[in-house]
Design a binder for this molecule. Structure first.
Ligand code: NIG
Ligand code: FE
Length: 423
């Protein structure tokens, strides 16, 4: 397979450039090269710069060449928080929600995550793979080249492992790369409804060891929230996971200020996610730490909750990543263009900060900043080519997919122009 590619003469090459999350003010510097070219050899970026310099002395016959005149080229987008492997839908719950019933109230009435759990428990491995593939195709068409995916719709040994296996198989067969997270502590299952401590013990004793042994997950996440898992229970699970070599993530301060982000800092988690209700003090703690604050505007939008205070967090020096939170309940949307629109229009983020949050900082939120998230020599050749000359068209073309081509490891995997020609 030819993974040698030249992207030639782009109106702008948005390199983002860096090997760690950018914090605060640094998020604004994208390092844009005008009239730039990029060379990918065997899937790895080998040259980048002004077109004349890059192409000087290069034997181009062994390359696929894309003329990117008038286009903007960015690193492939990364979605560092999704729950994309599940069966069943909860459209009717969303209608209840639209009529004014809260997410937590729906959960108390027996809906919510538990509903998806019973459907997912019934699904076979092949069914989960097929559902996942369809969703990945849609994500890829919007420029996502790597995503994180969580288990957590099984809450029992067999189904949690099956969800993780589905992700592992998709990772090997689909162009989108998948980083897997074990999220057995996503809700308290019926079997343990009066004994959440017992459920945490069960996960630690019976599920976690095999998740680690099989190499099916790299991260462990927990829904640390009033009415779900306490800080103490979350700490207990995450410390056990870390002791076995998994890295920690926390669903934190999503519906109340419940101490989740403080726990993330204490445990040196890779990311703290949601943060709609994080306190000022906890924002300072995140800013002083290496924890990436992963914000999920689509969830706030769908739940009609206030958006996370991105502007304030950036001004305080936090590293912000953005993600979709794609899931069957609180946010059934994988729309990167809409994330971009909400971040810029409602959360006070500039287009530059938003690009950084979806590329390098998103890579850092899944511990991939050394190999992904920017167009730097030596990094994996994942890129998107927009149909417009600048990234500032993304929020301007509000909520619409502006991605014309997607490059994964030096190979063109989406080409909107080609599809048009084939009609
Ligand atoms: O990130 N917060 C917990 N988990 C998801 C919701 C999952 C669901 O409702 O199925 C979230 O919002
Ligand atoms: Fe989530």
């Amino acid at each position: 397979m030819n993974r040698n590619l030249i992207i030639k003469d782009a109106a702008e090459l948005v390199t983002v450039s860096g090997y760690a999350a950018k914090k605060g003010k640094e998020m604004s510097s994208l390092n844009v090269i005008h009239n730039g070219s990029l060379v990918i050899e065997n899937g790895i970026i080998t040259r980048i710069g002004k077109t004349d310099d890059v192409l000087d002395g290069l034997e181009t016959s062994r390359f696929v060449v894309i003329d990117a005149k008038g286009k903007s080229v960015l690193p492939g987008f990364i979605d560092p928080h999704t729950h994309f492997i599940f069966a069943g839908y909860r459209a009717y719950e969303f209608s209840w929600h639209l009529s004014g019933i809260s997410y937590m109230e729906i959960m108390k009435r027996g809906g919510g995550i538990k509903n998806s759990v019973s459907e997912t428990r019934k699904a076979t491995l092949d069914e989960l793979i097929n559902l996942g593939k369809h969703r990945l195709d849609s994500m890829l068409s919007m420029g996502m080249t790597t995503i994180e995916g969580k288990s957590g719709y099984g809450l029992d040994y067999d189904t949690e492992i099956r969800q993780l296996k589905a992700m592992s198989i998709l990772n090997n067969t689909h162009p989108v790369d998948i980083v897997s997270t074990f999220m057995g502590a996503h809700a308290i299952p019926e079997e343990f409804k009066d004994n959440p401590d017992g459920f945490i013990d069960y996960l630690i004793a019976h599920v976690l060891p095999d998740v680690v042994k099989s190499g099916l997950a790299e991260f462990c996440d927990v829904f640390c929230e009033e009415g779900v898992f306490t800080v103490k229970q979350s700490r207990c699970l995450l410390e056990s996971a870390q002791a076995l070599g998994l890295k920690a993530k926390v669903h934190a301060d999503e519906l109340t200020s419940s101490g989740g982000s403080r726990l993330a800092v204490e445990l040196m988690a890779i990311s703290a996610d949601h943060l709609l209700y994080i306190s000022d003090d906890d924002i300072d703690r995140i800013a002083r730490s290496n924890v990436v604050a992963t914000l999920l505007p689509l969830t706030a939008f769908c739940l009609k909750e206030p958006y996370a205070r991105a502007r304030y967090m950036i001004d305080k020096g936090c590293a912000i990543a953005l993600a979709t939170d794609f899931n069957p309940g609180s946010c059934f949307s994988e729309s990167i263009p809409l994330v971009f629109a909400l971040a810029t229009i409602y959360m006070g983020m500039t287009p530059e900060e938003t690009v950084c949050a979806m590329t390098l900082n998103a890579a850092s939120a899944i511990d991939r900043a050394k190999t992904l998230g920017s167009l730097d020599i030596g990094k994996i050749g994942d890129a998107v080519i927009l149909e417009f000359p600048s990234y500032i068209y993304i929020p301007y073309h509000t909520g619409v997919n502006s991605v014309e081509k997607v490059i994964k490891k030096g190979k063109i995997v989406v080409d909107k122009l080609l599809n048009k020609e084939n009609l």
